[in-house]
Design a protein around this ligand. Structure first.
Ligand code: SF4
Ligand code: SF4
Length: 290
């Protein structure tokens, strides 16, 4: 193993029963993992000694059987961590929440996505039920909250009224439906501090259904260049120029390598993923990443 993988994220399938206006992953032709892909994921988990997986989608609770096929019988399952991000649609009663969570072979952590766009589909009481269900089942619980402007944080106060759990705040990226609906977070000016940062995903990997493995779970693999920045095997991905640049250099170093002038950066590039996609999807990178 050439590098350690703290967590392998798996997009089980792209179907979702919500239609959020800021969705980064919405697809016209949703892919679902094939039996061959499930075998590949299981082999990779064992080969690389992966000790944690993230079940993602789409909406992962629509793919319980596929998740369990991956997890069933993995050696060392007792020390294994299984995290899921979900839209929480199944939390309309405590009983249903418990039944859904128990349908997975083993969950150790659940994160419900909630913000003003999810709130158009998800009653806040679902979060209270899922939080309580997790408490009863001994599962860690948190909420992931996306903001497109600072005023959105007011909704976090509503969440705090229904229980005491962690709320992670992220910014809406201008990707997918969010880009089409002009919902990306608006930065007032370019924050130069981002140039000294590296990809926040280093140490984690994704398996992207229909494509392969990538360190990226964001802008670069949510558009039509998915296959450029992923590889059919995890080892192949780790040996790629893209992976070496992402893990070896700060964004300043990557900009220099790709000969992208820092003077061309704008307020929107203050976010690591937006800057990253500007660098890797720009003209200078075309010959290296096509
Ligand atoms: S943001 Fe999540 S819950 Fe909303 S449509 Fe996209 S995948 Fe579904
Ligand atoms: S877009 Fe770049 S910084 Fe963001 S997760 Fe992907 S590789 Fe990392």
């Amino acid at each position: 193993m050439s590098a350690s993988v703290r967590e392998l994220g798996i997009t089980l399938g792209e179907k979702c029963n919500f239609r959020c206006r800021h969705c980064a992953t919405a697809s016209q032709a949703p892919h679902e993992l094939s039996p061959k892909e499930i075998g590949l994921i299981r082999d990779t988990i064992m080969e690389f000694g992966v000790k944690a997986v993230l079940l993602a989608g789409g909406e992962p609770t629509l793919y319980v059987a596929k998740a369990n096929k991956i997890l069933r019988g993995l050696p060392g399952l007792s020390g294994f961590r299984v995290r899921m991000t979900t839209n929480g649609h199944f939390g309309d009663s405590l009983g249903k929440a418990i039944k859904t969570l128990k349908s997975f072979i083993r969950l150790t952590s659940v994160q419900v996505s909630y913000d003003r766009y999810h709130a158009e589909f998800l009653p806040i009481n679902n979060i209270a039920n899922i939080s309580q269900a997790c408490k009863e089942l001994g599962i860690d619980f948190s909420v992931s909250f996306c903001v497109s402007n600072p005023l959105d944080v007011a909704l976090v106060a509503e969440l705090k009224k229904i229980g005491s759990f962690r709320v992670g705040i992220q910014k809406v990226l201008p990707v997918g439906a969010a880009a089409r609906n002009l919902l990306g977070y608006k930065h007032p000016s370019f924050d130069e501090g981002v140039l000294g940062k590296k990809c926040p995903r280093i140490g984690k990997m994704m398996y992207l259904g229909g494509c392969g493995f990538s360190v990226c779970c964001s802008s670069l693999v949510l558009g039509d260049k998915k296959k450029v920045f992923s590889h059919p095997t995890l080892q192949g991905h780790m040996e790629s120029l893209f992976y070496r640049l992402i893990t070896g250099k700060t964004f300043k170093g990557i900009a220099k390598f790709l000969k992208v002038p820092e003077t061309s950066l704008e307020p929107i590039h203050s976010d690591p993923c937006t800057l990253c996609s500007y660098l890797f999807l720009g003209k200078n990178a075309e010959t290296l990443f096509t």
